[in-house]
Design a protein around this ligand. Structure first.
Ligand code: FRU
Length: 495
């Protein structure tokens, strides 16, 4: 079958299922595929006046497999129009039920949009990952694969066969490709994660330049979905480490020396501390804004590994994108993430309220829609004596999801041990508490909670799957009182 036939077959499969979707947990204002599985954002680009989002997609099931690139566009980063699947496995180098067209990026040159991806296949002796290109002459709708594929057919000597996710950029008159791989042991056996640099002048012939960043274990064994970009005068690299422990999405800020090559790290941090936020990718629009997308899920939720996945086989979809974020640097060269301002157009039914939460008293919070809402909680730290402040979401007599602000120990905890019948775990991170007030900005959708706090320095994104009518939201101060102001909005749907 030709590439076009494979796309039509995949599209027919998605369309058929989309027409009969069950919707217990479908999100209200997060991006999802029309049906079935999605993971990483791919090829994000602002192109011809629109935001393009391609994404890893399995168009035949709600679990990962045979990767394609789905495609959607938006004029405002909020409302999305689904477009036909852009890339499908079709060639020996990218066609395998457990391989396919893996993650990558796009680059515009004149009127042509180039897509770079990792072809993953298996000829019988283990998986082989090679770097490939496809080009579109119709605004990013349809792509033809390069006759020169694979452009890079083996990793440099000594590197593991995990060799993927090309991020291609133009700088100082050259094209560069950034790839993740692993040295000494490989991704699954304790190797060192490495960022590799290639250079080209024609996008087809690529020359290996060297390793420009490396983990010695502290950042995992392999870096998935590396991104390299400029932000407010600095270079930034981001990656999702395999076997990175608590780390799901890391950033380094500094200088990039393309000649040596070497990334000179000045600061580092976590883009998100939650359990489900992975494989981020940025785009840069005509106004100079940098927006970042991420897959709001994690590999542990793959229905293969949890037969009872609340989405997945039961609902015929799995996975969504996190809310788009606007990035900037603060004066210490740390990344500040804020929800894309355009999301404010989804707000309706505003409610505000100020209160003194008395020690050990439940303070109900008025919200027009207890499931799809945005909430801004401002804690006046100058007058608050409470040691902790607990925000309970989706609560009823038996269950609740807790966001705990431990003011005494400067910790933020997301606790979903009692959220529903599926989720487990809690996660904590530092809360800096700089300034006279702490603002916690939270977005709730049918099955996700995203938190932005510490003036954009700290984010946390997690999934929850409440099934009962858990409608109550309240605050509780412990060992002291808390002075708070709360603003809430219903968030209107985008579908
Ligand atoms: C990250 C990742 C990428 C790979 C893709 C496959 O989530 O593992 O490294 O290209 O997913 O779908």
């Amino acid at each position: 079958m030709t590439h076009q036939d494979r796309i039509m077959q995949a599209q027919a499969s998605v369309n058929k299922m989309a027409a009969s979707m069950k919707c217990r947990f479908r999100q209200n204002y997060h991006f999802m595929a029309p049906a079935y599985w999605i993971n990483d954002p791919n090829g994000c680009i602002y192109y011809n006046g629109k935001y393009h989002l391609y994404y890893q997609h399995h168009p035949y099931s709600a679990q990962w497999g045979c990767a394609h690139w789905g495609h959607a566009v938006s004029k405002d980063l909020v409302h999305w129009e689904h477009l036909p699947i852009a890339l499908a496995p079709s060639e020996p180098y990218d066609d395998h039920p457990e391989g396919g067209v893996f993650s990558g990026s796009t680059l515009q040159k004149e009127d042509i949009l180039y897509a770079f991806y990792t072809g993953t296949t298996n000829y019988g002796q283990g998986f082989v990952q090679t770097q490939c290109m496809a080009e579109s002459h119709d605004g990013g709708l349809t792509f033809s694969k390069s006759p020169h594929n694979p452009l890079i057919s083996v990793p440099p000597v000594g590197f593991s066969s995990d060799f993927r996710d090309p991020c291609v950029l133009e700088h100082s008159g050259h094209y560069y490709m950034v790839l993740g791989s692993s040295l000494g042991g490989g991704a699954w056996h304790g190797g060192d994660a490495c960022a590799l640099l290639y250079r080209s002048d024609d996008l087809t012939n690529w020359t290996y330049q060297g390793i420009f960043a490396r983990s010695k274990g502290e950042y995992g064994t392999m870096w998935e979905c590396l991104d390299l970009f400029q932000l407010d005068g600095k270079w930034v690299m981001t990656f999702s480490p395999m076997f990175g422990g608590q780390r799901k999405a890391v950033y380094w800020v500094g200088e990039m020396d393309f000649e040596t090559p070497r990334f000179i790290k000045e600061t580092e941090g976590e883009l998100d501390w939650g359990m489900e936020w992975y494989a981020p990718q940025t785009l840069h629009d005509a106004l100079g804004n940098t927006f970042q997308f991420a897959w709001q899920n994690a590999w542990d939720w793959m229905p293969w590994w949890k037969d009872f996945g609340p989405t997945g086989p039961q609902e015929n979809w799995c996975g969504c994108m996190a809310l788009p974020r606007k990035l900037s640097l603060n004066s210490r060269n740390q990344i500040i993430s804020e929800p894309a301002p355009a999301l404010q157009q989804l707000r309706s039914h505003p409610l505000t309220f100020s209160a003194t939460c008395l020690s050990n008293n439940k303070q109900e919070i008025p919200v027009f829609d207890p499931i799809s809402f945005e909430l801004k909680l401002t804690v006046d730290l100058t007058r608050t004596s409470a040691k902790t402040l607990r925000l309970a979401l989706r609560a009823d007599e038996q269950r609740q999801t807790l966001v705990v602000l431990d003011l005494a120990n400067q910790l933020l905890t997301f606790d979903r041990t009692n959220s529903d019948e599926y989720c487990q775990g809690q996660k904590s991170c530092r809360l800096l508490l700089q300034g006279p007030a702490l603002v916690l900005h939270l977005f709730s959708d049918v099955c996700s909670i995203e938190i932005f706090t510490d003036n954009g320095l700290t984010c946390m994104s997690d999934l929850i799957y409440p099934t009962q009518p858990q409608q109550s939201i309240y605050l509780c101060a412990d060992q002291g009182d808390a002075f708070v102001q709360v603003e809430t909005w219903k968030m209107e749907g985008i579908w």
